[in-house]
Unconditional design. Structure first.
Length: 134
C-alpha cells in the first residue's frame, strides 16, 4: 500500500508530520482495530479504524492487493470494518481518499458515504472526505 501511494502521489510519505496519523497507536484496541483479509491463505487486503470522538471513527489504510481487485474484496473489507466500528460503539464512520483514486471514491459513494468538509487536516489537494451513519 505504501509503495502504491508513493507512486500515485509523487513520493507521498504517509508518516510525514503533516499527514493524519494512522499507525498502531491509533488503530489498536480498545478504540481502534486493524483487519487483514485472506484468499487461499494469502493476505490480500487490509484496513483499519481509529477513534475521532465518542461517536465517530475514521477508516484508514484500506488496501486491496492488485491480484485481488475487481472481485468484491474491497466491498467486503469495507463492510467488515464498518461492522467492527459498530461493535466498538461508533455510530458514524468517516474516511478520505485522494484525487488519483476515483475507483475508491466510487466504492465509498456506492456504499453510502456522502461528501463532507475536511475533518482530518489531510493536506493533499482534491481529497474526497466522506461520512456515513452506521
Amino acid at each position: 500500500m505504501r509503495v502504491e501511494m508513493r507512486e500515485l502521489y509523487d513520493g507521498l510519505d504517509l508518516d510525514a508530520p503533516n499527514m493524519p496519523k494512522a499507525g498502531p497507536a491509533e488503530m489498536n484496541p480498545p478504540a481502534g482495530s486493524f483487519l487483514v483479509g485472506y484468499l487461499d491463505d494469502a493476505p490480500v487486503c487490509c484496513g483499519g479504524l481509529k477513534r475521532l470522538d465518542q461517536q465517530a471513527c475514521e477508516i484508514k489504510r484500506m488496501f486491496v492487493a492488485p491480484q485481488a481487485r475487481r472481485r468484491g474484496v474491497a466491498r467486503a473489507l469495507l463492510a467488515a470494518i464498518e461492522d467492527r466500528a459498530r461493535e466498538l460503539g461508533y455510530t458514524v464512520a468517516r474516511l478520505d481518499t485522494g484525487p488519483k483514486q476515483p475507483h475508491a471514491r466510487a466504492l465509498y459513494e456506492a456504499q453510502g458515504y456522502r461528501s463532507i468538509e475536511s475533518f482530518n487536516g489531510n493536506p493533499l489537494e482534491g481529497m474526497f472526505f466522506g461520512e456515513k451513519p452506521l
